[in-house]
Each structure stands twice: as C-alpha cells, then as structure tokens.
Design a protein around this ligand. Sequence first.
Ligand SMILES: Cc1cc2nc3c(=O)[nH]c(=O)nc-3n(C[C@H](O)[C@H](O)[C@H](O)COP(=O)(O)OP(=O)(O)OC[C@H]3O[C@@H](n4cnc5c(N)ncnc54)[C@H](O)[C@@H]3O)c2cc1C
Length: 277
Amino acid sequence: MATGETLGAFCLTEPAAGSDAAGIQARAVRVGDCYKLNGTKTWVTNGNAAGVLIVFAKTDPSAGGKGISAFLVEPGFSGFRVGRHEDKMGQRSSPSVEILLNDCMVPVENRLGEEGQGLKIALSALDGGRIGIAAQAVGLAQGALEETVKYAKQRKAFGKNIGEFQAIQWMIADMQTEIEAARGLTHYAAWLKDAHPTKTGASASKAKLYASEMVNRVVFKAVQAHGAVGYSRETDVERMYRDARVITIYEGTSEVQRMIIARELLGTPEKQSVATS
Ligand SMILES: Cc1cc2nc3c(=O)[nH]c(=O)nc-3n(C[C@H](O)[C@H](O)[C@H](O)COP(=O)(O)OP(=O)(O)OC[C@H]3O[C@@H](n4cnc5c(N)ncnc54)[C@H](O)[C@@H]3O)c2cc1C
C-alpha cells in the first residue's frame, strides 16, 4: 500500500449505521480457522479498486461497540461482492460503492487486532484520517482562491477589473485568512500526531471541523465572484463547489466533531454527572 501497488478501503458505514458506528449490524462468526462474515457496507471509497479492505463486523452483538472486530478482506475471497456505485454530486472520480458480504470466509489470521478491538481501531484510524481530510479541504480552498484571484484580475465590469471593487477584495481577503487559519489548525494536528501521538486529544476534530466548513464558505465566495461562469461546468470553481459539499459529512460529520471537541472539555456525561454531583 505504501508504494501504491495496492489500494486499501475502509468498510465501517452501513445502510442503518453511519455516525452511530457502534450500531453496525455486519456479523462475523468463527467457523474453525475462519470467520464467516455477513452484512452490507455502503459508501466505501475505492471499494471496487482496493486490493485489501478493512471490514468492521460484530463478533459479539451483545457487547455493542465492544463487540466489534476488524478483518482484512480481499476481493477474491468467496462471498465477497461489489454492489451499487453511488452517483454523487461531486468527487465523481472517486468511486463510492456498496460491499456485499454473503457467507464471506475470512481466515482467522486476517483478523486485525484482537476480537472486540474493532471500534478502537476504526476510531484511531478516523482520528488520523481527519487530518488528511482537513488538508484536502485546505487544498481545495487554496485552488478556489487562486482561481478567484486570477479571475478578479481580468474580468471587467463598469470599466474596471472586478478586483478593484472593495466587495470582491473583501471576499478574497476573507478567503485567504480563513484558509490560513485552517492550514494552521491542520499543521498543528499533524505535528501533534507525529510528535505526541498519544496526546492528540481533539486536535484532528478541530482541524476537520473548521477546514471542512471553511472550504464551503470559500467555494461559495469563489462561485459568487465568478458570476454566471462560476455556475458553468466549464470552470473549475463549479467542480470545487460540488466537491467541497461532502467534506463536512464523511470521516465523521461536523456534528460528530463538535461532540468530540465538547467531550474533551466537558468530559463524558458520566464524568459530568460525577463533576456536578
Ligand atoms: C463520498 C463519501 C465517501 C465515504 N467514504 C466512506 C468510506 O470509505 N468508508 C466508510 O465506512 N464510510 C464512508 N462514508 C460514509 C460516511 O462516513 C458517513 O456518511 C458519515 O459518517 C455520516 O453517516 P450517515 O451518512 O449515515 O449520516 P447519519 O449518521 O444518519 O447522520 C445524519 C445527520 O444526523 C446528524 N447526527 C447523527 N447523530 C447525531 C447526534 N448524536 N447528535 C447530533 N447530530 C447527529 C449527522 O451529523 C447528520 O447531520 C462516505 C460517505 C461519502 C458521502
């Protein structure tokens, strides 16, 4: 995977469980030296192109989130099938597919970690992934800003370049400032992950929350500053507008990030009741 010879895929989300990851229903039953997996995973990025997929399934449904285990599944395993391809608003060059597991036989040695460690593995993976998603948002916003500056320097209205109008200048100033703020949060979360991997706290969530909402504000202004052509498929900002919309949703929605950040400050409800009692 490091060389890019093989792509990976991450299979947590299901038709009835997204933010509520502990609510997944995929099942893994031990059968001799294999696990038999059954279930449906949805919205799996690169699920149709991956050489190895991490699949989360319950080995002990009675234990809720603590009953989830992780498995390395290969597309060649019996009972594995790629289902529907999502037809998305944006990011259309990135496939999002359904994975169908029907008595999919997975060797025991393909279990990742111990039984019951699946949710911990998933959440630690997401904690890293969120920094990558924040960086994606910063890059997309940077592209939208550069397109807007280029356009503002050459598009004329009322005999002037629109970049001479204060309203456009203020849009561009806000875009630049917000991008730099998001870049700072993202770099800090990345530095923490490298330097103090056990002390990252909610830094990844803060970076993902701010950067993902920032890029949607930035692409809105980019399309606005382009006028009608900003709404045409001939311009990049139109694609950027569509690509940005999902970034507040995947890898944990903005609402989930806010829950994580608040929990770091307030403690879990149990801790709060202890604190208040
Ligand atoms: C393009 C794309 C690629 C994706 N790639 C992957 C992938 O590779 N692997 C994978 O496993 N998943 C993937 N996903 C799925 C993604 O992670 C989920 O869509 C996301 O976690 C949200 O889950 P959901 O869609 O079921 O929304 P829901 O969980 O149903 O949430 C719906 C709304 O309710 C809000 N909400 C839910 N619970 C609460 C709460 N307790 N408090 C307040 N608000 C709440 C949410 O924030 C959201 O606004 C992808 C999704 C997309 C769109």
